[in-house]
Write a new protein. Structure first.
Length: 172
């Protein structure tokens, strides 16, 4: 697996098939872009977060085919010296085999290669137990929880902030 910049022409049609229902979509992006995922609105969101926070979009690509197997955005706040992972997503056919953890470990390797990065954080809804478990296996720990941060249908979801500090990071 390698991490490479997201290529809209090569990667979008593959990634859009990974989110097949509204609940999964809401857990992934907090409805920041409409369901089902459409090229124009998705790329507008990527432009918006790039302009606002400096986010860059990446894919985890298969070493042989180069096809995307995972996706995430990353930015770094120079004031807080913290990186931020957003919109972490793995091909559902590949989930449960350590691919998400491997992708996160590669993203963390690159983030901590920057000497001024003290920590990397992410947000995840409490109801997304498989994602929380994956993040914990990659070394993230719960820092805080915002109760009732998002409403999906009749459900109130808590938003968990998870973090890994440089001194806690153990490269594979």
């Amino acid at each position: 697996m390698t991490i490479r910049p997201y290529d809209p022409d090569r990667d979008f049609d593959r990634i859009r098939t990974w989110v097949t229902d509204r609940r999964t979509h809401a857990m992934w992006c907090a409805d920041r872009t409409p369901f089902p995922l459409e090229r124009g609105s998705f790329h507008a969101l990527l432009r918006e977060i790039a302009e606002a926070h400096g986010d860059r979009a990446f894919v985890a690509a298969d070493d042989t085919s180069g096809d995307a197997e995972g996706f995430f955005c990353y930015s770094r706040n120079a004031d807080t010296k913290e990186g931020m992972l957003k919109f972490v997503l793995v091909d559902p056919e590949k989930r449960g085999h350590g691919l998400g953890r491997k992708m996160l470990c590669l993203a963390l390797r690159d983030a901590f290669a920057e000497p001024d990065t003290d920590a990397v954080q992410l947000m995840v809804f409490s109801v997304n137990v498989p994602a929380r478990r994956c993040y914990a296996h990659a070394g993230f720990r719960l820092r805080s929880t915002a109760e009732h941060a998002f409403r999906f249908g009749e459900e109130d979801w808590d938003r968990c902030n998870m973090v890994i500090r440089r001194e806690e990071y153990l490269p594979d």
